[in-house]
Design a protein around this ligand. Structure first.
Ligand code: MG
Length: 269
């Protein structure tokens, strides 16, 4: 195991762990028991645990309600959901209001069809029906993986429509507006936990872990940023690299990081 580049003192004063889901928590499209247990152990250690993902609202509704976490940021920062177990109430906060999201949905569908026509082999992602705000083009999940040049063509078509575009390990996500994962994470922390993330940044009390270019704003922001080993396939595309890379890939890498964080927090023997 590669040692963490952070002091034991810093790890003992951590307040939370933020993580990407696809190919960070999951392994070849599945959530392993080890990765889920790692999430649960972080949560049991009273850390604020928040997945920050490109996955859709439909999935996030389930995640917020059922997983051992405190909240979830979805669709690359289009919203956060937090389930208040005490009040038995789902708290949903969106960047765009209902009318805007409804209006955009028809546009997104038409643009998706256009991308499929212009880049053969791409497809509107299978989870598009459960999305509230963005368009997801599949290049690697249910379709035969497309070469990098084709992925860049998808990006170009979407950008030409004036959209913000991010490439995850499986989809190209695009939306109207300027929001991103970091902006909504900042808002979530302020509104739901009374935490000023910029202030916490100085003290480096949050760890973020991801695996791909759409995690870059987070790698850039968090001094304690990490990636699982499979970041290797994207490393040349990153302008802002994570501070630490785990030895193992995907879910096993996440479990490795959680073990190291929790180990450092144990009282010294
Ligand atoms: Mg990912």
């Amino acid at each position: 195991m590669t040692p963490l580049p952070w002091s034991r003192t810093a790890l003992r004063s951590l307040r939370g762990v933020l993580c990407d889901i696809d190919d960070t928590l999951t392994t070849e499209g599945r959530l392993t028991a080890a990765a889920y247990r790692a999430l649960e152990r972080l949560h049991e250690a009273k850390l604020i645990v928040v997945p920050v993902t490109g996955r859709p609202a439909g999935w996030c509704d389930h995640i917020a309600r059922f997983w051992p976490i405190d909240a979830v940021v979805g669709e690359n920062g289009a919203f956060y959901f937090r389930y208040d177990h005490g009040a038995r109430r789902m708290i949903r906060s969106y960047v765009q209001d209902d009318a805007t999201r409804t209006r955009n949905r028809t546009r997104l569908q038409a643009i998706g069809v256009d991308v499929m026509r212009q880049v053969p082999g791409s497809a509107i992602a299978a989870d598009q029906h459960y999305r509230e705000a963005d368009l997801a083009i599949d290049y690697c999940e249910d379709v035969t993986p497309l070469p990098a040049a084709e992925v860049q063509r998808i990006v170009a078509v979407l950008r030409s429509r004036g959209m913000t575009v991010k490439v995850s390990s499986i989809h190209v996500n695009a939306w109207f507006g300027e929001y991103d994962k970091l902006a909504l994470t900042r808002q979530l922390m302020q509104e739901q936990f009374g935490i000023d993330l910029d202030d916490e940044r100085e003290r480096a009390r949050f760890v973020f872990v991801g695996d791909s270019p759409n995690d870059e704003p987070m790698f850039r922001f968090f001094p304690h940023s990490a990636a699982v080993a499979n970041i290797a396939r994207f490393i040349d595309q990153l302008r802002h690299r994570p501070a630490h890379i785990t030895q193992r890939a995907s879910g096993a890498g996440f479990a490795e990081l959680a073990r190291q964080i929790l180990g450092a927090r144990l009282p010294p023997r």
